[in-house]
Design a binder for this molecule. Structure first.
Ligand code: TYM
Length: 335
């Protein structure tokens, strides 16, 4: 078993990242340690630059995101934690895979369409080929399990297609087909202002998301102002299907308390958001406070963060090099 996943070091870690991905990383890391399986978690800085970032922002955000991951429970002694740039084999493999992936496959990627919007011609070529870099990220380490939120599923399906075509074209069994691991609850945390839009770091309104760096009062304010509706909570989660904001808030509560969303509905059935929101705010504050406290303590320790990332990159490269060479050999480029 080999667990691999990444996050872009842009902006703050938010509740969507935490519930959709990072919490699963931590759980898998802790289980993997008992089974002798390896986990690799990285800061996808090469993905981040597909949209313009100032160099200062990049430097700050890589360290900030590393500190946030450690604060959330990623332990560099248990997992290999690194930034993508420091494993140059990643971009070398990307090129090989770029020649295997088909333009038609990339044209189907919905995230490119969303991110480029009406300005498709003006988007960077990197934004378009981004899913191939992502395939290299997981195929380089023969990932078996890739814990991600729902929005990354299509990219991982593409990674599987690329792996299968490479193996087929060159008659090898080199690349493992990675399995996306998507959580049962909170796989898609929605904006607090619009239950039909994903919670995202690029949302212009900070009120739409909860950042792991928000203080208790900010969290309480954001929950209070979150869009909801005037109806009462029903006895089952299924009855919230047509109430996206209500469904999202109940889903967040259930994910944080590790409960079945039906159990949460049953408990609050017949009550309105006037009663539910303060309960949700309390659960959020209690869950996020310890992470924020650890983050604030770690954040300024650049030496410790840099040392952890340095060590992680050395370990990741040791795994990456033979795999890249095997891919080059399969294509007749090496050996
Ligand atoms: P990124 O940086 O956008 O998000 C990091 C992780 O958080 C999840 N996520 C969410 N989950 C639930 N609800 C939300 N609102 C929400 N927003 C974000 C994402 O699904 C993701 O798991 N391309 C990736 C980074 C990446 C990667 C990889 C991931 C690069 N290479 C290889 C896995 C394997 C990205 O931009 O994630």
């Amino acid at each position: 078993m080999r667990i691999v996943s990444g996050i872009q070091p842009t902006g703050n870690l938010h509740l969507g990242n935490y519930l959709g991905a990072i919490r699963q990383w931590v759980a898998m890391q802790n289980e993997a340690a008992d089974q002798g399986a390896e986990c690799l978690f990285f800061l996808a800085d090469l993905h981040a630059i597909t949209l313009f970032q100032t160099p200062q922002e990049m430097r700050d955000n890589v360290r900030g995101m590393a500190a946030a991951l450690m604060a959330a429970g990623i332990d560099p002694a248990k997992s290999i934690l690194f930034n993508q740039t420091r494993v140059p084999e990643t971009t070398e493999l990307t090129w090989l895979l770029m020649c295997v992936a088909r333009i038609g496959w990339l044209n189907r990627m919905t995230q490119f369409k969303e991110k480029s919007g009406k300005n498709r011609e003006g988007a960077s070529a990197g934004l378009y080929t981004y899913p191939v870099l992502m395939a290299a990220d997981v195929l380089l380490y023969n990932a078996t399990h890739v814990p991600v939120g729902e929005d990354q599923k299509q990219h991982l399906e593409l990674a599987r297609d690329i792996a299968a075509k490479f193996n087929q074209d060159f008659g090898v069994e080199l690349f493992t087909l990675p399995e996306p691991k998507i959580g049962a609850t909170a796989a898609r945390v929605m904006s607090l202002r619009d239950g039909t839009a994903k919670m995202s770091k690029s949302d212009p309104s900070d009120m739409a998301r909860i950042n792991l760096s928000d203080d208790d009062d900010t969290i309480a304010q954001k929950v209070k102002k979150a869009k909801s509706d005037a109806e009462l909570l029903p006895a089952t989660y299924a009855e919230l299907a047509a109430r996206p904001e209500a469904r999202n808030l109940v889903g967040i509560y259930a994910a944080l308390t590790d409960e079945n969303p039906d159990a949460v509905c049953a408990r609050f059935a017949g009550q309105g958001f006037g009663a539910f929101k303060p309960a949700l705010a309390e659960v959020l504050v209690e869950s996020l406070r310890p992470i924020r406290d650890r983050y604030n303590a770690l954040r300024q320790d650049h030496a410790a963060i840099d040392a952890a990332l340095e060590q992680g990159a050395i370990r990741a490269r040791a795994l990456a090099k033979p795999q890249l060479e095997a891919a080059q050999a399969a294509m007749g480029l090496f050996g």
